[in-house]
Design a protein around this ligand. Structure first.
Ligand code: GDP
Ligand code: K
Length: 276
């Protein structure tokens, strides 16, 4: 039977290590990512006959190419193409955490969200609509508390369910707005015509978005000079939104994260009264 490769991603300090330890325990091996001193944890184990390779990605706030941690995380996701991402998020800080989730969705890899620190979120009176997140993002959402060891079985079960029906849930493509979507479509058409192999070897939307924002690491990986891209896509966006497309895209992602968080997080009345 094949091995299910699961990448565990999340912001720093969300309880990712605690959760991985709770799931993989003594089977966890600790080393370094090749060529760097960033710690790499990995475990190979079996759950109800299912072989799972769990890879802990460095904690990051983003998948930009600016820190060693971000580069390790994105390179693994883009080039090793895990079957599944477990995105560990801090339920007490959902809005900030969703900024990374939005970027993970761009990869089109199926995703299970562990809504961790759920004990703390409950204590603070947050009520999070997990079904709402599931529907808006096309992912599974499992509330967990890594320290109290709750939700771990559901999380493990979700891995098994994914392995049995890998296509049952595809992550949603979030709408980045008409101007952005038009520019992406323009780059896509151009690449399909002139560099069709590229579109196959990278996650498509990820590639288009990173090229749009001028990500030099992706351009180098793809062996595409900036001049090989259709300038009209960039010019129109710059005229409408200003020169800095990387900042524009960051704004779009933040707004999406904020909007999603607003829809799914409530603070219960009782707690609100206690707080005042
Ligand atoms: P990482 O940086 O994401 O690997 O986070 P850690 O696993 O190191 O956890 C950060 C801190 O949060 C530690 O003090 C953990 O004990 C604590 N922690 C982790 N998971 C939970 C949880 O579900 N609930 C609560 N209340 N604390 C947690
Ligand atoms: K830590």
């Amino acid at each position: 039977r094949r091995v299910l490769t699961v990448a565990v991603a999340g912001n720093p300090n969300v309880g990712k290590s605690t959760l991985i330890n709770a799931i993989a325990g003594t089977r966890l091996q600790v080393g370094n990512w090749p060529g760097v001193t960033v710690e790499k944890k990995e475990a190979l184990f079996e759950l109800d006959g299912l072989k799972i390779r769990l890879v802990d990605l460095p904690g990051t706030y983003s998948l930009s190419p600016y820190t060693q941690e971000e580069i390790i995380a994105r390179d693994f996701l883009v080039h090793e193409k895990p079957d599944l991402i477990v995105n560990v998020v801090d339920a007490t800080n959902l809005e900030r955490n969703l900024y990374l989730t939005v970027q993970l969705l761009e990869l089109g890899i199926p995703l299970v969200m562990a809504l961790n620190m759920s004990d703390e979120a409950d204590a603070k009176g947050y009520r999070i609509d997990g079904d709402g997140i599931e529907q808006m993002m096309g992912i599974r959402v499992i509330p967990t508390s890594a320290t109290r060891r709750t939700g771990l079985e559901s999380l493990q079960k979700a891995l098994g369910e994914y392995a049995e029906a890998p296509d049952s849930r595809r992550p949603r493509t979030l709408n980045y707005g008409d101007d952005m979507e038009r520019a992406l479509a323009c780059i896509r058409e151009h690449l399909l015509l002139l560099h069709p192999a590229l579109v196959e070897s990278f996650p498509e939307r990820w590639l288009l978005l990173r090229l749009l924002e001028g990500d030099e690491r992706v351009r180098a990986d793809a062996n595409l000079p900036a001049s090989a891209l259709p300038q009209e896509a960039f010019e129109h966006l710059r005229r409408a939104h200003g020169e800095d497309l990387e900042a524009l895209l960051a704004d779009v992602r933040y707004s999406l994260a904020t909007g999603l968080a607003r829809e799914v997080v409530q603070r219960t009345e009782q707690r609100n009264l206690e707080m005042t």
